[in-house]
Design a protein around this ligand. Structure first.
Ligand code: FMN
Length: 354
């Protein structure tokens, strides 16, 4: 790709507002981020095809700037190996506290991806980004025909190389500091926890496609550092969680700037797949019986009623408080203000003389 990504996407700033499935990346957040000259991304992994098309039209009604739609690549189904009854008993305790009916053991989960992909291709965003693995060659080829840029997510050099060979247009290098789910798909999660500072330059050396740094980037100092390491853009999730337009509850927004980095953990408690968030009561209780946590996506289905109830009532003991290690640096402000501040801070950090 001869043209730099920032020009190809017609961005004013080297910033991607990270896709965050589960309600954080509202139409308002994505369109405000894109309007302000960053790339807004809709986390669509838990949306139906119809919801994806409706969200894409609503974003287009607010801005004609480019935006991304993000999905989860297929994940090989693992068999449950722990004691499911113990996990169900823990859930029953939490359901009772929340006044919810007794939890049900989840049955097989339908694969939402084919319908989501069809809707995304019809919606034709500027970018289709994805996490958790690889997309079929035919899908990447259709994106190319339709002029949709594709961005995969890697947590190791090997994953970045595999995605490049598959033909993606750019790759996110997701460091261990990152909030939310680990995108690891080749090696063990435990050995794929590479810090952003170490990962980004190694990925930049190993591939010839543009690299997007992600994980722990919270302000202009972080963006300037990512660019100095060889990244074309910085993808930021946690920094956008506390914006006015973000769809998470106020209780969750309040937790982030008040937290300390030592409270940040990687856990399988909420979904069955390792993800980084701020420790709370449910995370500690489920991690105490970690061997009994169901595999993804079953654990995700099992904990959904509890998380939904927690979101509505602002109960931070039962919510998945996904956030990166930089969460204490988060600030409450509008998306437009955040992006203007980031642009100023990046400029200051890039020209600073020590
Ligand atoms: C609440 C939350 C949800 C996330 N959901 C997604 C997602 O749906 N798809 C995805 O590719 N990445 C997702 N991520 C990861 C981000 O793309 C990105 O890697 C991460 O936010 C970067 O680290 P930071 O949070 O320290 O900025 C999520 C992150 C958070 C905090």
């Amino acid at each position: 790709m001869a043209t730099p990504l920032i020009e190809l996407l017609k961005l004013d700033h080297p910033i991607i507002q990270a896709p965050m499935a589960g309600g954080a990346t509202t139409v308002e957040l994505v369109s405000e981020a894109s309007k302000a000259g960053a790339l807004g991304s809709l986390g669509a992994a838990y949306l139906s095809g119809e919801q994806i098309e409706a969200a894409a039209s609503a974003i287009r009604a607010r801005t004609d700037r480019p935006f991304a739609i993000n999905l989860f690549a297929p994940v090989p189904q693992e068999a449950a190996t722990g004691d499911g009854a113990r996990m169900l008993a823990l859930m029953a305790r939490y359901h009772a506290q929340l006044g919810l009916p007794a939890p049900q053991a989840p049955g097989p989960q339908a694969d939402p991806l084919p319908e989501q992909l069809e809707a995304t291709l019809r919606a034709r965003p500027a970018v289709l980004s994805f996490a958790f693995g690889r997309l079929p060659a035919a899908t990447l080829a259709r994106c190319r025909e339709l002029g949709i840029l594709t961005i995969g997510t890697a947590t190791t050099v090997r994953e970045a190389q595999v995605l490049e060979q598959d033909g993606v247009d750019a790759v996110v290098a997701q460091g261990a500091e990152a909030g939310g789910h680990r995108s690891t798909f080749l090696d063990a999660f435990e050995t794929s926890m590479i810090g952003t500072l170490a990962l980004v330059p190694q990925v930049a050396d190993a591939v010839s496609i543009p690299v997007i740094a992600s994980g722990g980037i919270m302000d202009g100092r972080g963006i300037a550092a990512a660019l100095a390491l060889g990244a074309d853009l910085a993808q930021m999730g946690t920094a956008f969680l506390t914006t006015d337009e973000c769809g998470i509850s106020d209780a969750y927004k309040a937790v982030l700037p008040a937290s300390r980095s030592e409270q940040s953990r990687v856990t399988r408690a909420f979904s069955g797949r390792p993800a980084r968030g701020i420790a709370n009561a449910f995370m500690r209780d489920a991690d105490a019986i970690a061997a009994d946590i169901l595999p993804y996506p079953l654990q995700n289905a099992l904990t959904r009623p509890m998380r939904t109830a927690g979101g509505k009532s602002g109960n931070i003991n039962v919510l998945s408080l996904w956030a990166g290690q930089g969460a204490p640096l988060a600030r409450r402000e509008t998306t437009a203000n955040l992006i203007q501040r980031l642009a100023r801070e990046t400029e200051a950090a890039r020209t600073r003389r020590n």
